[in-house]
Write a protein that binds this ligand. Structure first.
Ligand code: FPP
Length: 271
């Protein structure tokens, strides 16, 4: 289904200019975001790092609502990585608290936009109170048929692949199955099971790294890195990222469809 241009409600002149150029029939199906730069945003303002995280929740809200209204199928936000436990305890506690607050406060907005929530990561290692809120948010939004919002929480890309392999081994135990694992089978055991792979990966604050995020799933994703710090990532910046995505040519290892060629492709996919 394609979104109507007026779906975003009142827009600024800048957003209107960007929307005019955007082809709403060719949006990415799944957008993944590494929300980086909260700390630097706060530092620039001589504020504590946690002020940057708080400001970052507003950017998360705007991104979630805009993607849902544009009828993007899935949005995945990297909220807390398995490496983030190395941060000071006070910052970790604040991030967990912020997430709990967000989950409690935003459920009505999620329901209004028919958003279904999922969480990607080793959830069983999170504080029990967070686990309860996570479960609650998933249960309350399970029947929603709009965008799937995935929050990566205690997430690591390598951990996810290891978890998938162990799930496959566990399934096989007792069944004596010994055939080789296929890509399709592994995909089905990832936390993102059933979702299309991200076709656009956005990273804010200029770092050129993938940081252990969706390692398997981003195999063919277009990567968009912006210098903008996450708390400054407005709706206009998101529309710019979508426009940039539409300028890229996606070939999946093949050649352009309109490129002259004497032969049919030897195989369905390449690199
Ligand atoms: C990276 O900035 C940001 C995080 C580790 C946390 C992201 C969390 C939020 C934006 C809050 C809420 C999210 C949701 C889904 C409600 P950084 O601290 O690494 O910044 P720095 O690199 O400038 O230090």
């Amino acid at each position: 289904m394609v979104a109507a241009p007026e779906t975003l409600g009142p827009v600024t002149p800048e957003e209107a200019r960007l929307l005019e150029k955007l082809d709403l029939t060719r949006l990415p199906r799944h957008v993944a975001v590494i929300m980086d730069g909260n700390g630097r945003w706060a530092q620039k303002r001589h504020l504590p790092r946690i002020a940057g995280h708080r400001a970052g929740t507003q950017s998360a809200r705007t991104t979630i609502e805009t993607c849902a209204r544009l009828k993007i199928e899935a949005l995945t936000l990297y909220a807390f990585s398995v490496e983030n436990w190395r941060r000071p305890k006070a910052e970790i506690d604040f991030l967990m608290q912020l997430l709990r607050e967000y989950l409690r406060r935003e459920i009505p907005l999620l329901q209004k936009n028919k958003i279904q929530m999922r969480f990607l990561g080793r959830l069983e290692e999170l504080p029990v109170a967070v686990q309860n809120d996570v479960r609650d948010a998933m249960e309350k939004t399970a029947g929603n048929e709009g965008m799937v919002l995935c929050v990566a929480l205690n997430y690591g890309g390598r951990a996810e692949i290891v978890d998938a392999m162990n799930a496959i081994l566990e399934e096989r135990n007792g069944h004596g199955a010994s055939s080789k694992v296929t890509e399709e089978q592994l995909s089905r055991h990832l936390y993102t099971e059933g979702l299309p792979d991200p076709d656009l990966l956005i990273r804010t604050s200029g770092e050129m790294r993938v940081s252990n995020f969706l390692l398997w799933q981003i195999a063919y994703a277009e990567i968009f890195v912006t210098e903008t710090l996450w708390p400054d990532f407005s709706r206009a910046r998101l529309l710019e990222a979508l426009l940039e995505f539409q300028k890229r040519e996606r070939r999946y290892g093949g050649i352009r469809e309109d490129e002259p060629s004497d032969e049919k492709p030897a195989r369905a996919a390449g690199h």
